[in-house]
Design a protein around this ligand. Sequence first.
Ligand code: GLN
Length: 479
Amino acid sequence: MVELTLHEARARLDTGELTALALTDAFLERMAADESLHCYLTQSADLAREQAAAADERLAAGERGALLGLPIALKDVLSTEGVPTTCGSRILEGYVPPWDGTVVARLRRAGAVFLGKSNTDEFAMGSSTENSAYGPTRNPWDSTRVPGGSSGGSAAAVAADLCLAALGTDTGGSVRQPASFCGVVGLKPTYGRVSRYGLVAFASSLDQIGPLTKDVRDAALLLEAIAGADPLDSTSAPRAVPPYAEALERSELRGLRIGLPSEWFGDGLSSAVRSHVAAAVAQLEALGAELREISLPMTAYSIPIYYILAPAEASANLARYDGVRYGLRAAESPADIFDFIAQNREAGFGAEVKRRIMLGAYALSAGYQEAYYKKAQSARTLLKQEFDQTFEQVDLIAGPTTPSTAFTFGAHANDPLAMYLEDIYTIPVNLAGLPAISVPCGLADGLPVGLQLIAPAWEEERLLGAAYRYEAARGTIKR
Ligand code: GLN
């Protein structure tokens, strides 16, 4: 039963063939052996069993709901009342939030079961989970390899049947890249589609919460549950949430114009990924899509833009961890308040987080702000305009999610830039605020490859519909 999708489990719970408690216990039993993969930082077994029992009562009373009684995992950057929320950082070790973020609150009300908090690179900064202060997650397909990141714990948990589905967050690729590495579906919604209230901020102008699931229908179901305006997040859009799952049946690939960016199939793309993505694109064409070659030359600037703007925002967002308002208090006989804060931050943050804070503070400092931060903002606008113009000619964009399949631990340990380049195809999408999905499209030497589809802002219906038709033709990929 742990291999079910959300919608399959839904059907069994609704007929009474399965109870939420039995399903939850099956996951908790498997999770007892999670040390080998280390998908979870916290397992909330008591809460999960309590929620499952309550869901069974609601079901028995005749209540129905898309997520009622379904066990899921939450990335450990989502504020969850009563459950430790560490962001993969020592600085938040032992922090138990007294409140739920909006998305978590919605899922709780919907009757979802919280199995635990999944591993992440510290403050979601990374592409491999190697930056988690609590040790990395392993890729279920090959334990010598990373699951991707930063939502690596969520992706691996879905792939290894340690939850039915999971939530991750995507600032520069952190849902889509681990989905690609672990052979699951990962969706990054339009910026503003999902409330960020209670998502511990990394780069506020880029962060979005998104689902990691076993199939496209589940991604639609989960998006429907978490999307929508929120008075507590002024960047959440006051737009109605369409019935994404129901709309899948009406979707069509026929006649859709799909753009293939020539820059995304050139240098830097591994031949294994290239051939699988090319086959997927051919399949889209066979299903009736019309292929067009397009050009996105601003792609070349996306990594520099991102690595100025994201650290700049991070350096501001992470200022609150001072050992007073939040976080580890490790200072010993501090000379003064500055020394107190410095000692706490020195002890609490890992190397990558410190690197980002320094980069960001530098880019924002007097004298450099115009040269770096403002320049990067202008370039971001140009990149966004490039996508806007492209979407006047095509309905969707297709390409690889990542340049290569899952890499081995330590492969980029001494070269942060090589790690940053892993996100070359995902970061432009965040900078432009667009929705995108990664769908498994094959196995290269036994490792999953992801096809990325990108839609204009607010066109999640079109995006999911195309992914759904592709998946139906291709089939899901099982370990
Ligand atoms: N890998 C990118 C980074 O390190 C993206 C992370 C993310 O999307 N949270 O910033």
